[in-house]
Write a protein that binds this ligand. Structure first.
Ligand code: NAP
Length: 250
């Protein structure tokens, strides 16, 4: 998958790693053309260097047409580990166009001694299990999935998101608008001030939002961890920007 001079790398982004890869590939002195694609969910995204485009492609066919129409030679799916629809579209578009695809996925989190994790396969399962674990939940699964918890009247929620939630939300809700990275001191204080007794998170991995796990461990509160969807079969995976660069420039 060698991305040399004249190559055009399309990065499906929305993550720190996607931005890091765009920065590395678009650095002065490199002759690789880089386009980063964002879904357009965040009102004021931090834009990476190189070219950018914003908004959906119109399904796998639209993505395949964009790839062919813009001379894309390499496709990198650096979307969030839970953006599984886009990952499957990327796999389908790569198969249709013959353009090589690489998935850039930060490693999943691993529990350490002292953690009280409860793993579930979906947000719906998290909502089912949650009332048995606590009554004051710090919900960090993103503003898009709040409807899964909307029917839970017995639980009070602290929700943290970059933009305000939309759609169906739980009745007892406080919203905190903030963008990571987050530090341990702040997470500790947040749990204490709001008397949080359960944390709900996706297994996003990475360091930007990991301090909440350490804060929960220190406070002795349970953590509901929603497992990641799988990467589409046959797609090679890089776990860091460095690994992705090694794959692109062997
Ligand atoms: P998704 O469910 O996998 O994708 C839904 C649709 O959004 C896709 O079918 C596609 O529309 C469009 N889309 C997604 N990523 C795109 C991209 N990078 N560029 C252009 N279009 C894109 O995705 P999601 O979970 O809603 O996430 C949307 C974006 O937010 C992703 O870029 C992801 O990296 C970022 N993000 C997601 C999460 C999360 O927890 N899911 C967390 C942090 C950041 P078309 O079919 O029209 O092409």
């Amino acid at each position: 998958m060698s991305a040399e001079a004249g190559a055009h790398v399309l990065i499906l982004g929305g993550t720190t790693e996607a931005r890091g890869l765009a920065e590395a590939l678009a650095a002065p002195g490199t002759a690789v053309r880089v386009t980063s694609s964002l879904a357009g969910r965040v009102a004021n995204p931090v834009l990476p260097p190189g070219e950018t485009r914003v908004g959906g492609f119109g399904g796998p066919e639209g993505l395949a047409a964009w790839i062919s129409g813009h001379g894309v030679t390499h496709l990198v799916d650096a979307t969030h580990p839970f953006a599984d629809r886009m990952s499957f579209h990327a796999a389908a578009a790569a198969a249709a166009t013959g353009v090589p695809l690489l998935a850039l996925r930060r490693p999943a989190w691993i529990p350490v001694p002292g953690d009280d994790w409860h793993r579930v396969p979906s947000l719906a399962d998290a909502a089912r299990v949650l009332p048995g674990l606590g009554r004051r939940a710090f919900l960090t699964t993103g503003r898009m999935g709040l409807s899964a918890f909307a029917h839970l009247d017995s639980v009070w929620f602290l929700v943290r998101s970059v933009d305000p939630p939309a759609g169906q939300v739980p009745a007892r809700l406080e919203v905190l608008l903030d963008r990571g990275p987050f530090a341990l001191d702040g997470e500790r204080e947040l749990l204490r001030r709001h008397r949080v007794d359960v944390l709900v998170t996706k297994d996003s991995g990475g360091s930007a939002t990991a301090p909440k796990l350490a804060a929960a461990r220190e406070a002795g509160i349970p953590v509901l961890v929603v497992d990641r969807p799988p990467v589409p079969p046959g797609v090679p995976v890089a776990e860091s920007v460095a690994q992705a660069l090694a794959h692109l420039r062997p």
